[in-house]
Ligand binder design. Sequence first.
Ligand code: XMP
Length: 310
Amino acid sequence: MNLKAFIEGKIEEIKRTAGGDKAISALSGGVDSSTCTVLAAKALGANLKNIFIDDGLMREKEPEQVRQIFRDLGIKVEIINAQAEFFASLEGKLDPEEKRKAFRHTFYSVFGRAVKESRARFLIQGTIKADIIETKGGVKTQHNILEQIGIDPDKGYGFKVMEPLRDLFKDEVRKVAKAIGLPQEIYARMPFPGPGLATRIIGEVTPQRVAVVRKATVIVEEEIARLKPFQAFAVLLNDQGTGIEKGKRTFGNIIIIRSVESKDALKAGVTKVPWTVLMKITKRITTEIPQVTRVAYELTAKPPATIEYI
Ligand code: XMP
């Protein structure tokens, strides 16, 4: 790929497609949506509005960090706190696809309102090639593939979609991100799914359960960071494991550590995390998160498993 030609071509294309109308970018802070936002900001200037929907399912301090990074780049981001709406839509849902459906429904209704308010004609989103391949192939219903999930953006929400990165794979997006001046924190960021920590919780997604998996995620990321895996995270199971506290029997949460190596997320192998690192993570999780009594390491490649749990 000729990076310079790709970047200039996309900026031109976004400008031409928008034709003087307003657009809105749905920023999550991941490499894909951040890259789209910068390309669109270069193409549209004041005609672009950037929103970050705080769904309550982000990693620790993510909303503040994203706002700061974009502030440093001179790009304004409005944060919409929709946590209560997301948790209400996920309440009582146990089935993985039901949870994904609830998430995307809430996402597009929050988003739809923001679009209406700002009178934008276009939605810019960071869909990439792997998202399209996997949704079409039936692996999952990626939250952001509108055509695949039965949302007609023209009819239902009053905006058209632009997906400037739909022909690129993750490693190519990272190159574009670096070339357009995004900091390493963004271009080297681990992939994080649209439905956030909800994809890493088996069973009901509640604020309390999100808090457990979020704390465990911080520990996994901190301890595995220097191995630079493609993706590493914690998963919360929906069962309880017996533990011992002060000589008494207790029942606590079970956390799975998952770390994978991949180029494009279509296939993945398991990271050979040193035993000492796994032991340290386990020790930290069980002491820093008292609700957790057990920690296990996942050994399944993709396929047969997917990377995320739902
Ligand atoms: P799976 O779990 O299908 O994930 O092996 C492949 C890659 O995609 C990410 N992923 C998502 N990204 N919206 C996203 O933006 C989603 O709904 C979604 N589901 C999975 C996952 O983290 C991995 O990198």
